[in-house]
Write a new protein. Structure first.
Length: 349
């Protein structure tokens, strides 16, 4: 029957039925558990039997989930978030090896998965996005990830045992466009050298990798497609920071908490980056008015720069007055713990 020939009440009822059917079909494909609810090893089989056509499943923070073996029945599943499911062990995730259609996987914070658990990732040849932050990743685990040649986005931040022996296996991931290594305490200049093959990289977060020094910049210059670079907390000098101006595609640069920076790099860096729109330098306590020559108020800043963060430095109000005159947006962070980007990697670009 033609929808428009129905009486008014009939059209309302038809619309309600259509909306319900659409919502039901969506639920058949995508299932997300609210934080207040927790999936267990007992309830997971029931979800799999009720929704056999799921393509997306988010059951993060289910602390009483000890295995995901029932998920093998979801043959259409392409997105899976089991992050912070701390009850999962190597045996509990062994069934991942048969989930070959997965494209997006998040296991961040699954602290009871050892290196042996990552061996089950070898068969996930379709995987494009992997979040494995705060995991027990070491050399053997990174060797398993090195075979995932379709990976485009990888987050292995806050993995303290990542060192050169493991990072070298990432050199084969030439399709990567985003890589997050934040707070990898053992990551240093020698590790960075193994990433020179990642020429498609557009987004790199190596913030709070305290062993990164001036030598790191020489390696970074080869990653000419970088749009966003985060080096907060690194030990680079003004001379090295100035050389970052060779990354002509750079649009966003984070240098906060770099205590060695004095200010001499500022003018050549900003004038050499025609696409730069955001520069963060908060908590750079070495920045002083006298180190800027000419004074900051006299700089002819690039018109593309819209955000310049200089909070919690030792620059005076008069020194900052020139920035205001250039119509820049001053971003002020309330504390060192401010989170710049709560992201899914996909959303940051």
């Amino acid at each position: 029957m033609d929808f428009f020939n129905l009486p008014f009440r009939g059209r309302i009822l038809a619309r309600v039925c259509f909306t319900w059917r659409h919502s039901f079909l969506t639920l058949q494909q995508r299932f997300t558990i609210p934080n207040s609810l927790k999936i267990t090893s007992t309830s997971l089989p029931k979800i799999c039997s009720l929704f056999p056509n799921l393509t997306s499943l988010d059951i993060h923070n289910s602390i009483n989930l000890f295995n995901i073996h029932n998920l093998t029945t979801l043959v259409q599943l392409t997105f899976l978030d089991i992050s912070r499911c701390v009850g999962l062990t190597d045996e509990g995730v062994s069934s991942l090896s048969s989930m070959i259609n997965l494209k997006c996987l998040s296991i961040g914070g699954c602290t009871n998965i050892s290196e042996g658990g990552f061996s089950f990732f070898r068969t996930l040849s379709s995987l494009e996005y992997l979040r494995a932050d705060r995991c027990n990743l070491r050399r053997k685990g990174l060797e398993c990830l090195g075979g995932l040649l379709h990976l485009r986005e990888l987050d292995i931040s806050s993995c303290p045992h990542i060192d050169e022996s493991g990072v070298k296996h990432l050199s084969a991931l030439t399709n990567l466009i985003a890589l997050k290594l934040k707070r990898c305490r053992s990551f240093n200049n020698d590790c960075l050298k193994h990433l020179t093959t990642l020429t498609n990289l557009e987004w790199l977060d190596a913030s709070y990798c305290y062993w990164l020094t001036d030598g790191a910049v020489g390696v970074l210059k080869g990653l000419t497609n970088l749009r966003t670079l985060k080096l907060q907390g690194s030990n680079i000098s003004d001379e090295a920071a100035e050389k970052l101006s060779e990354l002509k595609q750079l649009q966003e640069l984070h240098l906060s908490h770099c205590a060695s920076l004095k200010g001499d790099f500022f003018q050549p860096l900003v004038s050499g980056l025609p696409r730069l729109h955001t520069l963060r330098m908060s908590f750079c306590t070495g920045l002083l008015d006298k180190n800027f020559s000419p004074p900051l108020s006299d700089y002819d800043l690039s018109p593309s720069v819209k955000k310049l963060e200089l909070s919690n430095t030792r620059l005076s109000e008069s020194g900052l007055a020139g920035v205001v005159s250039h119509m820049l947006v001053l971003v002020t962070l309330p504390s060192i713990f401010e989170i710049f980007d709560r992201y899914s990697f996909v959303s940051v670009r």
